[in-house]
Ligand binder design. Structure first.
Ligand code: HPA
Length: 235
């Protein structure tokens, strides 16, 4: 049964879906992680794959950028395709001084500048939180790795605009990093009865000056995030 944004059949998706933002990363992840990946949807160049990992079915599909986009894909996956778990595997900009480029963030909760979740429950400021089982499985797979950090992130609508004083206030509240999707995904999961988690590689730091990661470092760190996401998806 096709939906407006996914032209797959019922049963094509595995219960767990890994979701990078970038469709090309989804292609690379499918090749690297899945045994016998098959393309099951390709609307607007957003390819979805199902294959297996360790004999278990697993799907990979890109979300595109931003909360409106991830929200519509996540809603269709949970509501119409039998998906139970979505793990976003993306990047974030570092905010907290304790965070370095290359760290992996497990986003327990996501503050946001978006109004999407404000609309969900009348007069309530919604708490966008990860699924506990997924977060616990990812944290336990990290086995105490000091470069894996568990805490809050902020999901913003703007990439280039920052309200004056916002970064300092976020850092003062222990916010680890900034990205653009987790709060939307967590809101949809709550509304649709699904489970969600975001595992984020820190690609740059908005406060600490320092050298950018080399492409080799990026791939190593991204692999670490991917390993945690797979462990959570199949726990
Ligand atoms: N802002 C939003 N999303 C991001 C950033 C950023 O600075 N870095 C990586 N993803």
């Amino acid at each position: 049964m096709a939906t407006p944004h996914i032209n797959a059949e019922t049963g094509d998706f595995a219960p767990a879906v890994l979701m990078p933002g970038d469709p090309y990363r989804a292609d690379r992840m499918a090749k690297a992680v899945l045994t016998e990946p098959k393309i099951i949807s390709d609307v607007r160049g957003i390819r979805a794959y199902t294959g297996s990992y360790d004999g278990r079915p697993l799907s990979i599909m890109a979300s595109g950028m931003g909360m409106p986009t991830i929200s519509l894909y996540a809603t269709e996956l949970f509501r119409f395709f039998g998906v139970e778990r979505i793990i976003r595997v993306g990047t974030a900009g570092g905010i907290a001084p304790s965070v370095d480029r290359g760290d992996v963030l497990i986003a327990l909760g996501a503050h946001t500048t978006s109004g999407m979740n404000e609309l969900r429950i009348p007069s309530v400021h919604f708490s966008a939180v990860a699924d506990f089982q997924l977060a616990a499985a990812a944290a336990s797979a990290a086995m105490g790795d000091p470069q894996v950090k568990v805490g809050t992130v902020v999901s913003e609508d703007h990439f280039y605009f920052k309200a004056p004083g916002a970064l300092e206030a976020l850092a003062a509240h222990g916010v680890l990093g900034v990205e653009m999707e987790a709060a939307g995904l967590y809101g949809v999961a709550a509304a649709e009865g699904g489970a969600a988690l975001a595992v984020l590689t820190v690609s740059d730091h908005l406060v600490n000056q320092g050298r950018d990661m080399t492409s080799a470092e990026r791939e190593t760190q991204f692999t670490r995030a991917l390993d945690l996401a797979v462990a959570a998806a199949l726990a």
